[in-house]
Design a protein around this ligand. Structure first.
Ligand SMILES: Cc1cc2nc3c(=O)[nH]c(=O)nc-3n(C[C@H](O)[C@H](O)[C@H](O)COP(=O)(O)O)c2cc1C
Length: 187
């Protein structure tokens, strides 16, 4: 057994990607959803997250216009809708109508959220990195909305009740079981 050097470097060797749905709105008020695999926490204070959006994507112009976006984390039961939002364009349709979801007005930003999503983050665009065929958009989380049935009595996120989707190149996977708690090896 040994490691082999792969011929051509590419992003498919960085895995897994948490699946998120970025919500945005045009200047006529028509909402849109773009399915995103390339996303990450960027810093915890201030709380920021990043998403990579292709420079030709219809959604990119909407976000540049409002300077904000919603990040909605779907459950595995919402995979058909999430996948469809990654196959069709808001240029041609209203994706909320197509998948039967409800745009939920945000409190702090112009972009709406997805009412059916268990977790939705309101993000204000604070930085854009132009990297090539994708822009990396960093948003500060200015409000969080969580369904009460995935919270503990103390109001924290109960991870056992969430069911996020991860994607590997071309495939969707669900999360496995909890392995341990942070810093268990040092105890
Ligand atoms: C699983 C999955 C992950 C995707 N990840 C990204 C991504 O990280 N960045 C991106 O720009 N497009 C990504 N896409 C493609 C967009 O979701 C797709 O092109 C979408 O139709 C663009 O919507 P819009 O034209 O309404 O902006 C992904 C699609 C799928 C199915």
């Amino acid at each position: 057994m040994g490691k082999v050097r792969i011929e051509r470097p590419s992003v498919q060797w960085f895995y897994p990607w948490p699946l998120v749905l970025v919500s945005c709105v045009d200047d006529q008020g028509k909402p849109n959803i773009i399915t995103i695999g390339a996303s990450s926490i960027c810093s915890s204070n201030p709380p920021t997250v990043g998403v990579a959006i292709g420079v030709r994507q219809y959604s990119l112009g909407l976000i540049q216009n409002t300077q904000d976006f919603g990040v909605n984390i779907p459950g595995a039961d919402q995979l058909p809708e999430a996948d469809l939002c990654g196959c069709i364009s808001g240029r041609d349709c209203n994706k909320f109508d197509v998948v039967g979801w409800t745009p939920q007005p945000s409190v702090e930003i112009k972009s709406p959220l997805i009412a059916e999503s268990p977790i939705s983050l309101e993000c204000r665009l604070v930085h854009t990195a132009h990297l090539g065929n994708h822009d990396w958009l960093i948003g500060e989380i200015v409000a969080v909305h969580a369904q009460d049935d995935i919270l503990t009595d103390a109001g924290a996120l109960d991870h056992a009740k969430t069911n996020p989707v991860f994607s590997f190149w071309g495939e969707y996977w669900s999360i496995g079981e909890q392995l341990a708690q942070w810093h268990f090896a040092k105890r």
